[in-house]
Design a protein around this ligand. Structure first.
Ligand code: ADP
Ligand code: MG
Length: 301
């Protein structure tokens, strides 16, 4: 897979705040790239520089190897953190008006509008004013706006923050379809760990710096661990055996939580303790662990 976006040594300072502190990364064409970080990490600042809304103090962004801003604007679609459409226009009016900025004849505007209405299922509310829509309907309309110019890459800044679980799922379905059916490259920022777990590549940013990156599996491998949770019949006996084996554990209420290497290790322990087990559970490492281990608990949002 080739590289569509390359970011090199980006730095952005707002007075005394160093919002983005020398970050570099690459986005592969056709991939889903997640930029994960707590509030204030520098996610929106980075996205705003990538979309040419904001100038960096130093560093470069390349799209298909090019640096020209006009070229960028034609190839990039952006869904901002907040909604940007006109509250008092209908969905159709908003989109057709915005679309006329990209197409020079009415026919092609309407053709694109129809495609997007069908793709995003806007038909039930296309004649409603934007301010009467639900959160999920607004997000779908904002995504349609971002897609009007048929961009090569779609950037979404916290597309699901503040949405209810059902609406989040709708947004995820759209993102998934864009990637799988249309081969679109997706870059999104999020502070939801479980969302980053769907990405092809995750970059974790904290206080303007990249603190870890890789596939979700690589990150979990490196920064999280599985645990075996046991509720014993005889506590003293379990503790005695654990100490003898030099195994670390944490006691939470009547449960003993033992970090394990891999499934084999859990099975060996379960076998060893089997006469003394009232209940047990094996918990797999998660993106939550990764986030807490990389960014630190105090930052957890
Ligand atoms: P995120 O999107 O990850 O929450 P931002 O990029 O919005 O983070 O912000 C990064 C840092 O820059 C924060 O400390 C924030 O307060 C600061 N910041 C963002 N925008 C401005 C601005 N326009 N003026 C001054 N400081 C800003
Ligand atoms: Mg932000």
């Amino acid at each position: 897979m080739d590289v569509i976006v390359k970011v090199e040594h980006l730095v952005k300072r707002y007075d005394e705040v160093l919002a983005v502190d020398d970050i570099s990364f690459e986005i592969k064409r056709g991939s889903l790239f997640a930029f994960l970080g707590p509030n204030g990490a520098g996610k929106s600042t980075t996205i705003n520089i990538m979309t040419t809304l904001l100038n960096a103090n130093s560093g470069k962004v390349f799209l298909n190897g090019q640096e020209d801003e006009v070229y960028f604007r034609n190839k990039i679609g952006v869904v901002f953190q907040g909604n940007v459409l006109d509250e008092f226009l209908t969905v159709k009016e908003n989109l057709v008006y915005r679309g006329s900025l990209y197409h020079n004849n009415k026919e092609s505007v309407m053709k694109r509008y129809d495609e997007l209405r069908d793709f995003l299922h806007l038909d039930e509310f296309e004649h409603q004013r934007f301010n009467t829509l639900s959160g999920g309907q607004k997000r779908r309309t904002e995504i349609a706006r971002a897609l009007f110019s048929d961009p090569e890459i779609l950037l979404l800044d916290e597309p699901t923050t503040g949405l209810d679980p059902e609406t989040r799922q709708i947004v995820w379905k759209v993102i998934d379809e864009l990637k799988k059916k249309h081969g679109m490259t997706i870059f999104l920022t999020t502070h939801y760990m479980e969302e980053a777990a769907n990405a092809d590549h995750v970059v974790i940013i904290n206080k303007g710096k990249i603190v870890a990156q890789g596939t979700p599996a690589e990150l979990k491998d490196k920064y999280s661990y599985d645990r075996l949770k046991i509720v014993p019949i005889d506590k003293n006996k379990l503790v005695e055996m654990l100490n003898e084996m030099k195994r670390t554990y944490e006691k939470i209420a009547d449960q003993y939580v033992i970090p394990v290497e891999d499934p084999k290790d859990s099975i060996a322990l379960i076998n060893r303790f089997k006469e003394n087990i009232k209940q047990y559970e094996v918990m797999m490492g998660s993106m939550d662990d990764v986030f807490i281990n990389v960014v630190g608990g105090e930052n957890n949002v």
